[in-house]
Structures are given as structure tokens and as C-alpha cells.
Design a binder for this molecule. Structure first.
Ligand code: THU
Length: 161
């Protein structure tokens, strides 16, 4: 029997002006993207901004539906748009933020399990780590790779073995 551990590490910034400039810019894009959310049911507006390897920024927001499961998360919207329109490019970073009552949430909002799964797929497909920037008003977390969000993740490799 073996006991095994998986540790993840990330950087916490308490002041947003401590963030590297490129991250700050991507967070601003995510905040802007959140204003495009269609969230009449939750009032929770999520924005995601993906930086591609050629400097293009792809944005997404959550899109809700009266049939609740038909809605889409911001990250999923952005990732789907990116793959469909810039499929030959690689994602290098994603910033995620959320506005509740028009204000950025105090704490960073971590992506749901489904969006983590999609991020892992994109990281594997692109072959480069995707830097994940989770921005809140009183803290921002930066992970060097989306893999850290989902240890023991299910991937295409599992289908082949
Ligand atoms: N939401 C996202 O857009 N991303 C996540 O990772 C978590 C949740 C959205 C879905 C729904 O429109 C609202 O936030 C409340 O769950």
C-alpha cells in the first residue's frame, strides 16, 4: 500500500497593483467581459479572458437560460469560442472574475468542475501550461498551470490505456 499526496501551489496577491502588468491587463479584460454576461437568474456575472500565444484576447461571459442546465459558464463560453475560431493558436493564460451586484467579489471565484475539465483539455491540446489568474477584490490567485486545479484529472490519455 502506498499513501500518495498531490500538492498544489499558487501565488496569492493581496493588492492588485502587485500583479505583473500582463496579468493586470488580462484581469481588466475579464472584468469588461463580465459586463456582457446574461445572468438574469443568478445576478452573478462572470467574465473570462484568454490570452493566446499571438497576443489575441478572447473573452467570454456566462449565458444563463430559463431552463437552468442549458446555461453556460464564462470560461466555457470563452474556451469554446477560442477553439472554434482560433483553434490553431495556443492559450497561454486565462483571467476569471465575477461581479455580484456590479462589484467584483471579495474573494477570487474558482472555476467549476466542468470548466476545470475544459481547461485541462485545452492545456493538453495546446501543449503549453495555461496560467490561471483568479481575481477577487481583496485577493488574486495565480496558478502557473491549469493542471493544479484538477489533480488526477481524466484526459484523452485515459481513453487509450
Ligand atoms: N459560473 C460561471 O460562469 N463560471 C463558473 O466557473 C462558476 C459559475 C456562472 C454560471 C451561472 O450563470 C452563475 O455563475 C451562477 O452559478
Amino acid at each position: 500500500m502506498n499513501k500518495r499526496e498531490v500538492n498544489i501551489s499558487f501565488t496569492e496577491y493581496q493588492k492588485s497593483d502587485e500583479l505583473p502588468d500582463a496579468d493586470k491587463k488580462l484581469v481588466a479584460e475579464a472584468v469588461d467581459a463580465a459586463s456582457g454576461a446574461y445572468a438574469p437568474y443568478s445576478g452573478f456575472r462572470v467574465g473570462a479572458a484568454i490570452m493566446l500565444d499571438d497576443g489575441t484576447v478572447v473573452r467570454g461571459a456566462n449565458v444563463e437560460n430559463a431552463a437552468f442546465p442549458s446555461g453556460s459558464c464564462a470560461e466555457k463560453t470563452a474556451l469554446s469560442y477560442m477553439v472554434a475560431n482560433y483553434g490553431e493558436r495556443q492559450a497561454v493564460a486565462i483571467a476569471i472574475t465575477a461581479l455580484s451586484d456590479g462589484q467584483m467579489t471579495e474573494e477570487p471565484v474558482p472555476p467549476c468542475g466542468n470548466c476545470r475539465q475544459m481547461l485541462i483539455e485545452e492545456e493538453q491540446r495546446g501543449g503549453k501550461p495555461i496560467r490561471v489568474i483568479l481575481a477577487g477584490h481583496s485577493a488574486t490567485y495565480v496558478l502557473e498551470s491549469s493542471q493544479a486545479l484538477m489533480p488526477l484529472s481524466f484526459t484523452g490519455n485515459n481513453l487509450r490505456k
